[in-house]
Design a protein around this ligand. Structure first.
Ligand SMILES: NC(=O)C1=CN([C@@H]2O[C@H](COP(=O)(O)OP(=O)(O)OC[C@H]3O[C@@H](n4cnc5c(N)ncnc54)[C@H](OP(=O)(O)O)[C@@H]3O)[C@@H](O)[C@H]2O)C=CC1
Ligand SMILES: O=C(O)CCC(=O)C(=O)O
Ligand SMILES: [Mg+2]
Length: 742
């Protein structure tokens, strides 16, 4: 008898969490007879909030801190975690979740925007840890290997998604800073000997503030420090507003306020204040009194002016309208509802928003609901060149053709909070003019910047062992595929120059004979890669953490229509496996549609792929051949599902997520019945396959009957489990057949 092996399946938020209610019972039923237990851990935003405020809750309301538990598990060799996308909450999302939980009787504190008492300060600090991208960095104890599996790529070639045509006359373009930004001010050093560093601000008035003390650094670790100048940023933003108006294009801002949760909301706030400059000048006293904070988006202003008497509010709204009429048109998130690009920082997230724009002929939606050429403002220039190069490529060659285009897998440096995505606790909005120094434990200054009040200063870290592991992973992917691998690193950027030295040291420690490995700056790497993409060829991108994020949405969205269809593996550095599902987000629009029409268009393909690799990994690790057979059968089922185009449709009263799960189940059972490696599995699943086939019409009818009307699941962030389960498993016939698998 083989040892029971465990897979941890994460419960998250929104569309993936809904889909889990349908998919997980299927996976549990199929795996249980083979000594595989599938357990869930709740890392949804709601659960993370509750787990962090036990002192406010009654005994029976308290929940386990599943994220911390999984963070520890990710460092153990036995880890086998399937991680679904989760909400990385902006403050507006966090506030909504808090309000929903409070209304449900959980006496958690409000989010104190301007904390005064010690209790409020503590609550804010706790919420600040929960907000933004708070899950992925904890679980990612390894580097990432993201790619489109062959079956998925072939499916996309045969069934291309729509792709907007590009005109050489398109006025769309990227605007980025040419001085004063993080890129141009960066300094970087490699630590020779483990120790600690401290970050000190010496203000010109003679005061000294310790911004961070005794931060541990390891042998060979790369640390960088940089600033974004407030003055340079404001001048840049003002020039862009004017230029968008002059050129007659939409003004849009693309940031990652969720993952860069300290720096990017500050930049977002500046953009809102520059765009609505006259308004903020005219009403500065009122806005201060109302506690308006547009780092949370223009929506914060609109919500808070509701508190004003009607006549005052009407005057302000008229002034807002005046600005909207005179300034360049804003790109819209939802033109019907008047929601602009500047309303909520989590509505426009650069990794998804720029590819979506490129897919849409380089256009975004204007206030008139029409698709229009756009200025994409990306203040920091560290990575903006990749979008600029892609846009220029499309202007020259036209849109990419999904039926012939090549593919770009990614090997991303990510482990142990590498680079910018680990910088939040070392990012500061500078309170006074002076200098900021990073000093080591001997008092030696490692890096120094002159700063002005309002500048954003930050430090990043990239540890040596993760870098070694990343280079190894790149070599192994290049070897496995025979494709060229390009390190997207710029020798003229301080951090990259340090990283290049390491890449050049570690590459020769591997067998790289016959491999085509290059190092190119991001703009050039984009051009090189796009030429090959156009010719149908594969090119591996090997990148740092931010580009990992950007590239694994850019290429999948162009190639496959969505990054949800990616295979996303994180071989954990201590031996375990983390299998992420897709590379995309949690698709809030899908939940809206589900509530309105009872149709869930979420495609769980990413989950199918992740479950298959997780089972394969488990089979090898625990010597459980049944797990390998289950994995192979699941891949066969997924391929058949793709061939037969049984993924969810976008339209109500057609096959949705649940119907697609039914087909997967039928094909999975069929593949197990058809294999000859394991008789027990064969005889267990043959009758199931038969029954599913025989009852197909009834099951599909029962599933369709659940669509076409509004539904209630008792909440958004903390829906009622039983209601969701009822909605996601509406076919009695299907449920009864599943329960027969013993
Ligand atoms: N790994 C993680 O945990 C990640 C989490 N996020 C979080 O997700 C949320 C939304 O982010 P956003 O940037 O809008 O990106 P999303 O990836 O959620 O959405 C972009 C669009 O991609 C399509 N899409 C995404 N996933 C699927 C799927 N499985 N099936 C079908 N279509 C899909 C949808 O297009 P259409 O509407 O046309 O159907 C969707 O509107 C945020 O809260 C963000 O923080 C974001 C990225 C990664
Ligand atoms: O953690 C997040 O907020 C988003 C992660 C993401 O976009 C990615 O890893 O591709
Ligand atoms: Mg991403």
């Amino acid at each position: 008898m083989t040892k029971t092996a465990k897979i941890i399946y994460t419960k998250t938020d929104e569309a993936p969490a809904l889909a889990t209610h349908s998919l997980l019972p299927i996976v549990k039923a199929f795996t249980a007879p083979s000594n595989i237990s599938v357990e869930t851990r709740d890392i949804s935003l709601a659960a993370r909030i509750l787990a962090n405020f036990p002192e406010y809750l009654s005994e029976d309301q308290r929940v386990n801190d599943a994220l911390s538990e999984l963070g520890e598990l990710a460092k153990q060799p036995e880890a086998n975690i399937i991680k679904l996308p989760n909400i990385s909450a902006s403050i507006p999302q966090l506030s909504e979740a808090i309000a929903e939980l409070q209304a449900k009787g959980f006496a958690i504190p409000d989010y104190p925007e301007e904390p005064e008492t010690d209790e409020e300060k503590k609550a804010k600090a706790t919420y600040d840890k929960i907000k933004g991208s708070a899950v992925n960095p904890v679980l990612r104890e390894g580097n990432s290997d993201r790619r489109a599996p062959k079956a998925v790529k072939n499916y996309a070639k045969k069934n291309p998604h729509s792709m907007g045509a590009w005109s050489p006359d398109s006025k769309s373009h990227v605007s980025t800073m040419d001085h004063g930004d993080f890129m141009h001010n960066e300094k970087s050093v490699t630590i020779a000997k483990a120790g600690t560093v401290s970050i000190i601000l010496n203000a010109t008035d003679g005061t000294k503030t310790v911004l961070k003390e005794n931060l541990a650094v390891l042998d060979g670790e790369i640390i960088d420090a940089t600033i974004l100048s407030k003055k340079a940023l404001l001048a840049f933003l003002e020039a862009q507003v004017k230029d968008a108006k002059d050129k007659g294009v939409l003004f849009s801002l693309h940031m990652k306020a969720t993952m860069m949760k300290v720096s990017d909301p500050i930049i977002f706030g500046h953009a809102v204040r520059v765009f609505f400059k006259d308004l903020f000048e005219k009403y500065s006293t009122e806005f201060d009194q109302l506690g308006i904070d547009v780092n949370n988006g223009f929506g914060d202003l609109l919500a808070k002016i509701e508190e004003l008497p009607e006549d005052k509010r009407n005057t302000i709204n008229a002034d807002i309208q005046k600005i909207l009429d005179t300034n360049p048109a804003l790109a819209m998130v939802d033109s019907d509802k008047g929601i602009t690009n500047l309303h909520v920082p989590s509505d426009v997230i650069i990794d998804a928003s720029m590819p979506a724009m490129i897919r849409n002929s380089g256009q975004m939606w204007g206030p008139d609901g029409k698709s229009t050429d756009t200025k994409a403002v990306i203040p920091d220039s560290s990575y903006a060149s990749i979008y600029e190069a892609t846009i220029n490529f499309c202007k020259k060659h036209g849109a990419f053709d999904p039926t012939t285009m090549g593919t770009v897998p990614n090997v991303g440096l990510m482990a142990q909070k590498a680079e910018e995505y680990g910088s939040h606790d070392k990012t500061f909005e500078i309170p006074a003019n002076g200098t900021v120094r990073v000093i080591d434990n001997n008092g030696v200054t490692l890096m120094e910047h002159t700063v002005e009040e309002g500048d954003i200063w930050r430090m990043c870290q990239a540890k040596d062992l993760p870098i070694q592991d990343w280079v190894k992973l790149a070599v192994s992917r290049a070897r496995a595929t025979g494709s060229p691998a390009v390190f997207w690193l710029d020798e003229n950027r301080a951090h990259d120059a340090e990283l290049i030295k390491k890449v050049k040291t570690y590459l020769p420690t591997h067998n790289i004979e016959g491999l085509d490995i290059k190092i190119l700056a991001p703009g050039e790497a984009t051009e090189y890669t796009l030429e090959r993409v156009k010719d149908g060829k594969e090119t591996i991108s090997v990148s740092g953490n931010v580009l990992r994020d950007y590239l694994t949405d850019l290429f999948p969205i162009l190639e496959l229509g969505t990054s949800a269809k990616m295979l996303s593996i994180v071989p954990l550095m201590n031996g375990g496996g983390l299998f992420e599902t897709g590379a995309g987000g949690s698709a809030p629009k899908h939940v809206q549609q589900f509530l309105e029409e009872g149709h869930l268009r979420w495609d769980s393909l990413g989950e199918f792929l992740a479950i298959a690799v997780s089972l394969e990994y488990l089979g090898e690790k625990y010597d459980n051949p049944k797990a390998i057979i289950l994995s192979e059968a699941l891949d066969t089922a997924t391929e058949k599902l793709l061939e037969n185009k049984q993924g969810p449709s976008r339209k109500v009263n057609e096959l949705d997520n649940r119907g697609s799960h039914f087909y997967l189940t039928m094909y999975w059972a069929e593949a197990l019945a058809n294999q000859d490696k394991d008789d027990a599995l064969k005889s267990r699943f043959a009758p199931i396959a038969e029954k599913l086939e025989k009852n197909k019409a009834t099951i599909l009818e029962e599933l369709l009957a659940a669509q076409g009307h509004k539904i209630d699941i008792g909440g958004y962030y903390e829906p009622t489990e039983s209601l969701v389960s009822q909605q996601m498993r509406p076919s009695k016939t299907f449920n009864s057949i599943l329960s027969e698998i013993k």
